[in-house]
Structures are given as C-alpha cells and as structure tokens.
Design a protein around this ligand. Structure first.
Ligand SMILES: [Zn+2]
Length: 81
C-alpha cells in the first residue's frame, strides 16, 4: 500500500491464480501449480491467490515462467558469451 507506483518494484506483479483452477494441494503450496509435483517441494512463488495465499511452483516450472532468481539466468548469459 505504500508503493509509490507500479512498475518500479516488480515484486507485486505476481499472477493471481483462480483457486477454482487449482487443486487443494496446489492452493496450500504443497504441490507445483503447473505440473502438480509434490517432491521436491515447490519453493518458488509463481503467483498469489485472491485471498493473499501464495501459489508455489517447482524450480523447473519457475524457470519456464522466467521466475527463477537472477543469478542463474545471468550465469547462463555469461556462459553464452
Ligand atoms: Zn512444476
């Protein structure tokens, strides 16, 4: 609520998932919101629920969605040049 504007932070523009489209385990963050994998436990926030809950995803799906931490992406870019 104290953000000056949108677009500068980037942390609040998470995708809002429709809980109706997710399973109970996905809603509680116990399963990846994309591929339903429960182990290894999903740790990356792919989005949020309308009630503020977090929707988590596994590393692979987060990577596909471009949500992995920057260190890995920049490392790949560095290796490419
Ligand atoms: Zn996944």
């Amino acid at each position: 609520m104290c953000e000056p504007d949108t677009g500068s932070g980037g942390a609040s523009d998470l995708y809002v998932y429709d809980p109706e489209s997710l399973s109970a385990t996905q809603c509680t963050g116990d399963a990846c919101a994309v591929c339903h994998v429960q182990w290894p436990r999903p740790r990356t926030a792919l989005g949020v629920l309308p009630d503020g809950g977090r929707v988590l995803g596994c590393g692979e799906c987060a990577e596909l969605m471009g949500l992995t931490p920057r260190s890995r992406a920049s490392g790949a870019l560095t290796a490419a040049r």
